[in-house]
Design a protein around this ligand. Structure first.
Ligand SMILES: NC(=O)c1ccc[n+]([C@@H]2O[C@H](COP(=O)([O-])OP(=O)(O)OC[C@H]3O[C@@H](n4cnc5c(N)ncnc54)[C@H](O)[C@@H]3O)[C@@H](O)[C@H]2O)c1
Ligand SMILES: [Zn+2]
Length: 361
């Protein structure tokens, strides 16, 4: 088993990464015998892993809530159901919410824990690759509002995170690739060595070879933890984690969140951002081709749909909540493994980069 410490003074916690940890007692679940815990999961993950998790929680007073699966249920209504369940089991301030699932469950369960009685404990058991490498670490929690993704939420750090890579055995290939997109993202903006490692191990990773998976997940979390430790509330450097995301959010919004998974849209967005970085002379020529090759090995799409209107994309990007004072702030790269926050790209440069990354059909 491997551990990564997320260093946040009194809010510090450990992420445990290993295989076959679910089903037995574990330090991650050290919440005191007789304590109350509410497991929040969904109807896809519950039949797969709920029994195992409950075995890990021997001695705990465990209750569970199974929500319907999907981003469309990442709503105020689902959050209310979690709060209702906490009230129903008479959870007090020493109760714990345990989230078992992908980023949707983690974000919503985390926000319920953040808001119930002004904040109770929560533990993340992420079961998608995306949640294991990204969403479960860092304390961003919340739900979607009809007028915007993650519009309601809070920063609330978990007390621990348990990543059991065996849960990836059942993850569909498309979801697995979508998680890899966030892995490539973190390597591209702050870890050149890791980027090369990913290129060398792409085949083993796609074969889900356990040693490679554990190494990759650990390194991704170490990078994310370092960023979060430096800038918990995204006042500065944490914004680098949004590499590719302004474009991705525009694509997701304009395609109604139906056509692409988040990670797929991020892959396209990273291609636009790296093209733009090259055109602006910020990074070496050939970087976007290199990135594209890796994303292709990971079965991720590179091109934005040709039927999206460039002006619509630009307009949607302006509505992104990461926009500060009207100018679009973008994350670009200055070399492989080094991101930068940029607000100097003009509209024409952005437009040209988008068009260069659009399918021609
Ligand atoms: N908090 C953060 O920092 C952060 C970061 C990135 C993304 N997010 C959020 O995360 C969400 C996306 O997360 P996601 O990609 O995990 O999506 P998700 O939670 O919808 O999970 C994807 C699908 O996989 C299923 N699933 C989960 N685990 C499985 C398993 N082991 N086997 C089989 N199927 C399984 C889920 O039921 C779902 O159908 C978005 O809402 C996004 O906003 C949050
Ligand atoms: Zn993302």
């Amino acid at each position: 088993m491997q551990t990564v410490n997320v260093r946040l003074a009194e809010r510090s916690y450990e992420v445990f990464i290993g295989s076959d940890m679910l089903g037995q007692p574990h330090a991650a679940f050290n919440i005191g015998s007789g304590a109350t815990a509410l497991v929040v999961t969904n109807d896809t993950v519950a039949p797969l892993y709920m029994d195992k998790l409950i075995k890990s929680l021997a001695g705990v007073n465990v209750h569970s809530l199974v929500l319907p699966d999907g981003e469309t249920y990442k709503t105020q209504e689902s959050w209310s159901k979690i709060i209702d369940a906490l009230i129903e089991v008479r959870a007090t301030r020493d109760a714990t919410v345990i989230t078992l699932g992908g980023g949707v469950i983690g974000d919503m369960g985390g926000f319920a824990a953040a808001s119930y009685m002004r904040g109770i404990n929560f533990i993340q058991v992420p079961t998608t690759l995306l949640a294991q490498v990204d969403a479960s670490v860092g304390g961003k929690t919340g739900f979607n509002h009809p007028s915007g993704k993650n519009l309601v939420g809070a920063f609330h750090q978990p007390a621990s995170v348990l990543v059991d890579i065996r849960t990836l055995d059942t993850l569909p290939d498309r979801e697995f690739s979508a998680g890899l997109s966030e892995v490539v993202k973190i390597a591209a903006i702050r870890d050149a060595e890791f980027l090369s490692w990913l290129e060398e191990h792409a085949r083993a990773i796609m074969a889900r070879e356990p040693g490679s998976l554990t190494g990759m997940i650990k390194r991704s979390i170490e990078n994310k933890a370092a960023v979060v430790a430096e800038d918990e509330r995204e006042a500065g450097v944490r914004a680098l984690l949004n590499f590719g995301h302004s474009f991705a959010h525009a694509v997701e919004t304009l395609t109604g969140y139906r056509q692409f998974l988040h990670g797929e849209a991020v892959a396209m967005g990273m291609m636009v951002a790296s093209r733009l970085s090259e055109r602006r002379g910020l990074c070496e020529a050939g970087f976007s081709e290199r990135l594209g090759n890796l994303l292709t090995l990971f079965d991720l799409p590179l091109m934005l749909p040709g039927n999206l209107d460039v002006d619509d994309i630009l307009e949607t990007m302006k509505l992104d909540k990461k926009v500060i004072a009207g100018s679009v702030r973008l994350i670009l790269v200055k070399s492989a493994g080094q991101g930068l926050i940029d607000s100097a790209s003009d509209k024409l440069q952005i437009k040209t980069a988008i068009e260069a990354c659009q399918a021609t059909d």
